[in-house]
Design a protein around this ligand. Sequence first.
Ligand SMILES: [Zn+2]
Length: 262
Amino acid sequence: MRAVAWFLVLAAGCVSGSPGGVQKRWRGQPANAGASRAEAVAVAVPQPPTWRAIGKSVEGRPLRVLRLGHGPRKALWVGGIHGDEREGAIATAELPAAFLATPGAVDKVTLTILEDANPDGSVAGTRANRNGVDLNRNYPAKNYLPGQGRGDKPLDQPEAKALHDLVLAVRPDVMVVAHAWRGDTFINFDGPAERLAERFGRASGLRVKPSDKIAPTPGSLGSWVGHTLRWPILTLEYLRGSGQQENWQKTKAAILAVLVGD
Ligand SMILES: [Zn+2]
């Protein structure tokens, strides 16, 4: 639009003014306009997203995080915390491009993606981390229970501590954690996340299941974030053993809907 306007000014100068008048326009305004266009182009060139490590696993693997967008809504996606539940891994890999392709998303939302909260477990194919602790029982929720497989105290596992610090730094308006469930698929929520869960259910066809309809999960992320902090958190249970690409296609719209919001 601006380029068209300048063209009209120049054209008017050419047909109506003296050679001096035309010269004036050429020396001044068009040059400035060119510079501002060049600056605008330089600012608009997107930088490739960069993964950074927020900590390390027991075996020294990086806990990788990607931050996209710059909007006021804070969203946090966790690609997995149980190493034998990798059904959401492709969704995690596809999410950055899908988010960037969603109109208006980058201005509305700052999205933080934690690729995998339990990389040692993912490599070994175990639910727990290298120390045999279920990281989803190692959070400082009111219902935390020390003991076998849950750690001696909250956050005594480096992976749990790194994600804990990330949650507090992000202060998410919505947080989604990918899991898998044997023989079923549903969206579970803790804390003030019922509306988000219902929205997810509508967009994906997944059934909504509140936490109190599931066996107690002392020291889980849902207990800590949803009930202790009172922040909204969704637990996405893909069908155990199901196809990852199929899962992404089925839940893509729902994931984007809850992360990007209204
Ligand atoms: Zn799980």
